[in-house]
Design a binder for this molecule. Structure first.
Ligand SMILES: [Zn+2]
Length: 307
């Protein structure tokens, strides 16, 4: 089995990347079901996929990404339009799975795929309903800690004694979860004092806990500030465009309503995007930065500079 893997890996490594992409598309198809049904408290397994008109969708018309393109975004049974979001979620999942495979060894790649799946579900449910269900935030945090213990490679912990590696990696995950969510909690409290309105939801606090369990405290802190930065870049142009439109059209009530909506943009998707960027490659630079900052405050560095 491992020999066969090595032969293919050395001769045609792209086959595995393609395989990861296809698996990602299939998982993305399942994530669509989760995103749609979990907030409604419906089972994600039964019944099978059905069209909005009630007709069940046969498996051969339910091929990720491809079916949507072949049917040109319309249902085969009743020609109802399907949202482009379905193939988009499948494509994003496929690309992320392929990226994980290219970036890591098999075990951290698989852990990364699971992490991406959790983040994607939480992102789209947050976009739709402004909530992040506990099973993704708290559930993701528990899964992250358990996986850290089972696979210390998640936090790059190496030791000749497996048990020690497991404990250390588990502690990194727990620390990440609590430092991350604790920090976000206090920033939220501070934001409420300054802006006199809730800056972040309880869901975001728990969600950062999940990110911390998978990425450690550095990743959680990065997700917090990186997410805020991404949010600024996404929101500012949008708010600016609305302002310009309001000046041009003078349709004030409509625009005021939209501006109000802009103030209630979910933070979860920004956190998730920053967390994915961290996991997929920025961790090296972020961790190096935090280490440099830590050195500035360590007594050894202080004495070297001082004397
Ligand atoms: Zn239909």
């Amino acid at each position: 089995m491992i020999e066969a893997y090595q032969i293919v890996e050395s001769n045609a490594p792209w086959i595995f990347t393609l395989f990861a992409f296809v698996i990602g598309a299939v998982v993305g198809s399942f994530l669509n079901v989760c995103i749609y049904r979990i907030p409604e408290n419906r089972s994600v397994i039964a019944p099978g996929s059905a069209c909005a008109c009630g007709q069940p969708i046969p498996f051969y018309r339910n091929i990720p990404i491809i079916s949507w393109i072949l049917l040109q975004g319309r249902a085969a049974c009743c020609e109802l339009k399907f949202s482009i979001r379905y193939p988009l979620v499948e494509l994003i999942t496929a690309l992320l799975f392929a990226a994980c495979w290219l970036q890591f060894d098999p075990v951290p790649a698989l852990l990364g795929m699971l992490f991406c799946a959790i983040l994607l579900c939480a992102t789209f449910i947050d976009l739709d309903h402004m909530i992040i269900p506990d099973r993704f935030s708290i559930g993701g945090m528990v899964i992250g800690v358990l996986l850290a213990c089972l696979f210390p490679v998640l936090h790059s912990v190496e030791s000749s004694i497996p048990l020690l590696a497991s404990i250390e990696s588990g502690l990194v995950a727990v620390l990440g979860a609590f430092v991350g969510s604790g920090l976000v909690y206090w920033i939220a409290v501070l934001g409420e004092v300054i802006f006199r309105k809730p800056a972040m939801g309880e869901g975001d606090v728990k969600f950062i806990g999940c990110i911390g369990a998978f990425c450690g405290w550095q990743g959680a802190v990065f997700a917090m500030f990186g997410g805020a930065l991404i949010g600024t870049f996404v929101l500012l142009p949008w708010i600016l465009a609305l302002r310009i439109r309001s000046a041009l059209k003078k349709n004030v009530s409509d625009v005021e309503e939209r501006l109000d909506a802009a103030g209630q943009v979910p933070f979860g998707p920004m956190l998730a995007l920053a967390a994915i960027l961290y996991y997929l490659g920025l961790s090296e630079y972020v961790d190096a930065y935090f280490n440099q900052v830590a050195e500035l405050f360590s007594p050894a560095a202080g004495s070297a500079v001082g004397r």
